[in-house]
Write a protein that binds this ligand. Structure first.
Ligand code: NAD
Length: 356
């Protein structure tokens, strides 16, 4: 198979973790006789420094022309003062929007080898954690109007949340389809006791559910969901929710599985092209020290093979390689536990590639 992968290394630990994921993909290409071309696409703070723009046109075009995009992370304190429209995080929102990626899929799965790393009690973890958060990605409050004005002598800020029925329908279908491939249960999360957007959300999800009689659906308020995720995460299969709630709940979900460093994500739209990235940020506190955990990025590469290229065997091979390295007791510092061997980012990547 011949594929072009746009590579956005980004800022902070981005280049370190993406470097390891690319090595793993190269090893996969070698072993399974594929031809992957890696096309660099500078974005984020590094692109502001080099080109004056957080998302240069050339980088956007590289991503639009690619079969999939692999991203590390962007941003950092150095660029916090940059004007709003050119901030690194804005580049990410623009890229997702330009690629038409409206669905974000984040698995929250506890590797049994890392059960000790979960902050939850052992008896809660013993029931297993294996659910998928399906988050709407290009609508809602993050894409509404934002303004700050002076009223009665003080600044007043307003952000608007907006959803159309069709935006809700298409993300709901993604969640129901995903549930069909899993354990057949969707929990739709909203704040319908307060928000009109949530009432439309609930009605629309109910209407979509009619077409999936084999999938069970329940609704849950977002504040309750935040509690239930730590009380009994085993009750969830697929969580379907809007952009901001999904942003928050998926971070909570990742934390209970041990480390933000090991969780991958996929962002999908209508075609097969997707954007694959770990869920964490650029971790400026550990950048350049070979301390970053590359597993989230490497598992994101596995999701790319599964969702964009339909290469299930190759994706399984990466996931098994990660599991074998964890079985052997190797950990980066963020997931280290008693009796494990702490290694750096590069060695973790090399060990995983060597298992392929
Ligand atoms: P962060 O995720 O970068 O870091 C939070 C904590 O987790 C830090 O202690 C960090 O060291 C640790 N951590 C994160 N990834 C790790 C990894 N792979 N291995 C080991 N430890 C890891 O969040 P933050 O500090 O809030 O944000 C830092 C910067 O990243 C900010 O500029 C923020 O805007 C940006 N950010 C970017 C993205 C993205 O590119 N998608 C997402 C979130 C934050």
């Amino acid at each position: 198979m011949r594929k072009t992968i746009a590579v956005i290394s980004g800022d902070g630990i981005g280049p370190e973790i993406v470097g390891q994921a690319v090595c793993v993909l190269q090893r996969i290409a070698q072993r399974f006789a594929h031809d992957f071309t890696f096309a660099p696409a500078p974005m984020g703070g590094c692109a502001i420094d080099a080109y004056g723009k957080s998302l240069p046109d050339e980088s956007l075009n590289t991503c639009l022309a690619a079969d999939a995009v692999l991203l590390g992370a962007v941003g950092g304190p150095k660029w916090d003062g940059v004007e709003k429209e050119n901030r690194p995080e804005k580049a990410l929102l623009r890229l997702r929007s330009a690629l038409g990626l409206y669905a974000n899929l984040r698995p929250a799965q506890l590797f049994s080898q890392l059960a000790d790393a979960s902050p939850l009690r052992a008896d809660i973890v013993a029931n297993g954690i294996d659910f998928l958060v399906v988050r709407e990605l290009i609508g809602g409050i993050y894409f509404g109007n934002h303004q700050t004005e002076q009223i009665d002598g003080e600044p007043v800020a307003t952000d608007t949340m907006r959803y159309s029925r069709s935006e809700i329908e298409r993300i709901a279908r993604i969640a129901f389809e995903a549930a069909r491939k899993r354990r057949g249960h969707v929990t739709s999360v909203d704040k319908s006791n307060v928000l009109d957007c949530s009432r439309l959300w609930k009605q629309t999800v109910d209407a979509v559910a009619v077409h999936y009689p084999d999938v069970t659906l329940r609704h849950m308020l977002v504040d309750n969901c935040a509690m239930q995720i730590v009380r009994d995460p085993s009750q969830f299969d697929v969580i379907l929710t809007e952009n901001m709630f999904g942003d928050i709940l998926s971070d909570e979900a990742s934390m209970i599985t041990g480390s933000v460093g090991i969780i991958p994500s996929a962002s999908l739209g209508e075609g097969s092209r997707g954007l694959y990235e770990p869920i964490h940020g650029s971790a400026p506190d550990i950048a350049g020290q070979d301390k970053a955990d590359p597993i989230g990025t490497i598992l994101s590469a596995a999701m790319m093979l599964r969702y964009s290229f339909d290469l299930k065997r190759e994706a399984d091979t990466i996931e098994n390689a990660v599991s074998k390295v964890l079985d052997a007791g190797y950990r980066t510092a963020d997931i280290a536990g008693l009796g494990t061997t702490v290694i750096g980012c590069a060695e973790m990547g090399e060990r995983i590639a060597a298992e392929i």
